[in-house]
Design a protein around this ligand. Structure first.
Ligand code: AMP
Length: 136
């Protein structure tokens, strides 16, 4: 049983900010930024690849609702939505969840990616686009 299922079952304490039949949201214990919140389906899907349209749509509605509430309550300067899938992507709890990270001008949260634009030709990009289209 995942740590998030234990939170859903009230077997461990958390600060719950939203709950309905399908979804729960609570403060992330790490508070990477002030107001860092997790939105979690009650059914323990492991990652994004297991989600169906119905839960995906509902989850994102809750993410939008809580983002607006966090903006109103905490007045951050910005906000990131993050979801890690797999160890390579930094996932540490294997029960699907979406991070809401309010951002502040002076916070210490780091999100960084190098720009690899120059590594790809126009043909590489067309091939890449086609690979993704063909897989849908
Ligand atoms: P990830 O690395 O994307 O799998 O994120 C897992 C998140 O779960 C981390 O940000 C942790 O701080 C958070 N977390 C782990 N245990 C708890 C807990 N008991 N209550 C709240 N958040 C937790």
């Amino acid at each position: 049983m995942s740590i998030f299922t234990k939170i859903i079952n009230r077997e461990i304490e958390s600060n719950i900010v939203y709950e309905d039949d399908l979804v729960i949201a609570f403060l992330d214990i790490s508070q990477a930024t002030y107001g860092h919140t997790l939105v979690v389906p009650k059914k323990p899907y492991e990652n994004i690849f297991e989600l169906d349209d119905e839960i995906a749509g509902h989850l994102y509605k809750v993410v939008v609702k809580l983002s607006k509430a966090i903006k109103k309550a905490l007045k951050p300067d910005g906000l990131n939505i993050v979801n890690n899938n797999g160890i390579a992507a930094g996932q540490s709890v294997f029960h699907y969840h979406i991070h809401i990270l309010p951002r502040y001008e002076d916070d210490d949260y780091i999100m960084f990616g190098y720009n690899h634009f120059e590594d790809y030709t126009k043909e590489d990009m067309t091939k890449l686009k086609d690979l993704i289209i063909e897989a849908q």
